[in-house]
Design a protein around this ligand. Structure first.
Ligand code: HEM
Length: 510
């Protein structure tokens, strides 16, 4: 016991004349000791905070930092650094201080315990331009505007009721994909490209319904694909023209008398564009949406939702072609639940646990956002005993975490069973920080409800409708390439042959 406290205690004891006062003296002393311990702990914690140092990391050159040594495959390069320096690494990229987090424990601190402090994004110049000055969801700073945009999106586009009501649109696009694969029977097709077109059409029809049809629709799709390859400024110009065109078409439709039906559609059946234009027209103060915000949301949906989902389907087909026994198990389940005289419907998905485990395993080994979308520290703080200064750019390397042998048995093996026979209920909500394909916390992916419907639906339809083999003389390649999404370095080409008993099932598009 501290000597001052001891003196106080003894003095109280001596002054006490009876048992009652002695007991009171004892209580006072205990309270004093407790206060003293708390105070001492606080002092210790504060002094630790002041003394915390920056995490370890590699040396860099003046002004350019580690940039000249950086491997373009950032996820692997960061994994190497964490092997050498530990789960929290500091690296200067140019003048930017970046911190890489690579273990579940530290990811938990960043994404859950101190989520608000890491809820801002680092905004690269290109993203600032494409997101109309970061007024979108993905890059807007954490705050009122971001909250409003996210709420509009979740309420108007991604609610359970809206998604159910829009099933017809998804079904049409998936069936169109199957039909167009059927026209290529026996020839190699680019699987990612087919999945991409289907997903692009799903997203755009959810956003603006049938505003564009036939030739116009094809023109917009090819413009978008053309745009992907071009420089950011040109891409943004393309996007902007497409969005203006779509908005103008819809405005024209609204003024035409025959489209009274469009206005009177019940809420669940309205597309996103219609709901947003109505919010703009009403000038609702609680949701002050402007045309620029609407366009920024369109960018998020088309850019964030299409390649991510189609790349996941492409990886899944690659892994299944590599391990035919797993492909066979997925097929057997489909044959039992759907049958060869039927087409896959979205309501079959809940009865396909093996297929679900395949998709989960794909997202574990090949997360399309291996470093999430980089965050930024809003204030200086401590993580894992290290100082993380205000403004530092934050990377959470989920690619490393999801391949760590401390948390996953045989982590490099593709084994869907690990998600089936597990005492953990794995989901995409980022609750278990060993598995973060969609991120976690406030900035977790907003598109999960669509992705978790469409990715397995596309995959199930491809597997159920066709047998697949690699083109003659080609080898399966599993190398990846870091970029906007973690894509396959070499696109997967495979040759389809029909499986269904009745060829008319391939033309069942409506
Ligand atoms: C397999 C499919 C997908 C994967 C793996 C994926 C993954 C991710 C990841 C890792 C993040 C960053 C989360 C974080 O920082 O914690 C993210 C954010 C985001 N995703 Fe997705 N995503 C997918 C599909 C979609 C779809 C379909 C949409 C829209 C329709 C979408 C829209 C967004 C948006 C808007 C954000 C930013 C959220 C915010 O900053 O508040 N994503 N996604």
């Amino acid at each position: 016991m501290n000597s001052k406290l001891k003196v106080i205690y003894l003095w109280c004891w001596e002054q006490s004349k009876d048992d009652y006062t002695k007991a009171a003296a004892l209580i006072v002393s205990i309270v004093l000791i407790a206060m003293h311990i708390t105070w001492w702990k606080l002092i210790k914690r504060n002094s630790r905070k002041e003394k915390a140092s920056l995490p370890p990391g590699p040396w860099g050159l003046p002004l350019i930092g580690y940039l000249p040594f950086l491997d373009p495959e950032l996820h692997r390069c960061f994994a190497q650094l964490s092997l050498k320096y530990g789960p929290i690494v500091k690296v200067y990229l140019g003048s930017k201080l970046c911190i890489i987090f690579s273990s579940p424990d530290v990811a938990k601190e960043v994404l859950k315990e101190q989520d608000v402090n890491f809820a801002d994004r680092d905004i690269p110049a290109a993203a600032f331009v494409s997101a109309y000055g970061a007024v979108d969801i993905a890059f807007a700073p954490y705050g009122e505007h971001w909250r409003m945009m996210r709420k509009v999106c979740v309420r108007e586009l991604l609610s359970y009721g809206r998604l159910e009501a829009l099933y017809g649109l998804r079904r049409r696009e998936v069936r169109d994909m199957v039909q167009s694969v059927y026209t290529k029977i026996g020839s190699p097709i680019d699987i990612g490209e087919y999945a991409f077109l289907a997903m692009f059409n799903v997203i755009t029809s959810m956003m603006w319904g049938n505003t564009l049809d036939g030739e116009e629709r094809r023109r917009v799709t090819s413009k978008f694909r053309e745009g992907k390859e071009r420089r950011m400024k040109e891409v943004v110009k393309y996007f902007d023209q497409i969005f203006d065109f779509v908005i103008n078409e819809r405005r024209k439709m609204e003024t035409q008398e025959e489209d009274e039906a469009l206005k009177s559609k019940d809420k669940e059946n309205k597309d996103f564009l219609q709901v947003l234009l109505q919010l703009i027209d009403q000038g609702d103060q609680k949701t002050p949406i402007a045309i620029t915000h609407l366009k920024a949301l369109f960018v998020n949906m088309t850019v964030g939702g299409t390649k991510t989902t189609s790349t996941t389907v492409e990886w899944a087909m690659t892994e299944l072609l590599k391990q035919p026994d797993i492909m066979q198990k997925a097929r057997e389940e489909l044959d039992q639940v759907v049958g060869l005289n039927n087409v896959v419907e979205e309501n079959h998905l809940s009865k396909l646990p093996y297929l679900d485990a395949v998709v989960k395993e794909v997202l574990r080994l090949h997360p399309v956002g291996p470093l999430l979308i980089p965050r930024r520290a809003r204030e200086s703080c401590n993580v894992g005993g290290y100082l993380i200064p205000k403004g530092a750019v934050i990377f959470v390397n989920t690619w490393t975490i999801q391949r760590d042998s401390k948390y996953w048995t045989d982590p490099l093996e593709f084994r869907p069973e690990r998600f089936l026979y597990s005492n953990v209920t794995w989901d995409y909500n980022g609750n278990d920080v060993r598995y973060l394909p969609f991120g976690s916390g406030r900035r977790i992916c907003v598109g999960i409800p669509i992705a978790e419907k469409v990715a397995p639906y596309l995959l199930a339809s491809l597997l159920h409708s066709f047998d697949w083999k690699l083109p003659e003389g080609t080898k399966l390649d599993l190398s990846d390439q870091f970029g906007f999404e973690l894509k396959k370095k070499i696109p997967l080409f495979a040759v389809p042959t029909p499986r269904l008993v009745d060829s008319t099932l391939y033309n069942q598009t409506r």
